[in-house]
Write a protein that binds this ligand. Sequence first.
Ligand SMILES: Cc1cc2nc3c(=O)[nH]c(=O)nc-3n(C[C@H](O)[C@H](O)[C@H](O)COP(=O)(O)O)c2cc1C
Length: 165
Amino acid sequence: MKSVVIFYSLDGHTKFVAELLAQELKADLVELELVKPFPTKGFRKYFWCGKSSVFREKPALKTKIPNLQEYDLIVIGTPVWAGNCASPINTLLSIISNAQKLQGKKVGMLITNSGGSIKGCVKRVKKVLSENEFLEPLYFVNPSKDNKDEILKKIREWVQSVDLG
Ligand SMILES: Cc1cc2nc3c(=O)[nH]c(=O)nc-3n(C[C@H](O)[C@H](O)[C@H](O)COP(=O)(O)O)c2cc1C
């Protein structure tokens, strides 16, 4: 089984867990970077990122999306922004649905947030990739180096429990 973890992270939380998951899955890791990065501080961060999510913007990606045909499992990693996926995931989804057919691929979701719901984000991705088989979403609330052991335990349990066959 060849896997890829493809993620966006503004503040590093999703990146932290994406790296750990990729290690456990022996997956390739692709970080989505933007042509025009979002502000990372204060009110401007919440304003611009929140607006971008609410209006379902598709910010241009600097990262070239690899050929996903090569993979059996594609894990999409994102923080939750205003109850939905971070807007760079909209760009990824539109590239995938327009340019790449992912027939027969399994899709996983790796989500981080600060305690709200992950449902809106899961629903968005499932709607676009409606033909794909989805694994149980893997999510973390405020993941950090301080709870690395707990995170690794949850990742390992997830890897064991989902059907990767
Ligand atoms: C603009 C914005 C909106 C957010 N909205 C939510 C939300 O609706 N629910 C929630 O639980 N956390 C929300 N958060 C918190 C992030 O999902 C959380 O801090 C996440 O782990 C950040 O991931 P990152 O460090 O990879 O960017 C929001 C953060 C930002 C910047």
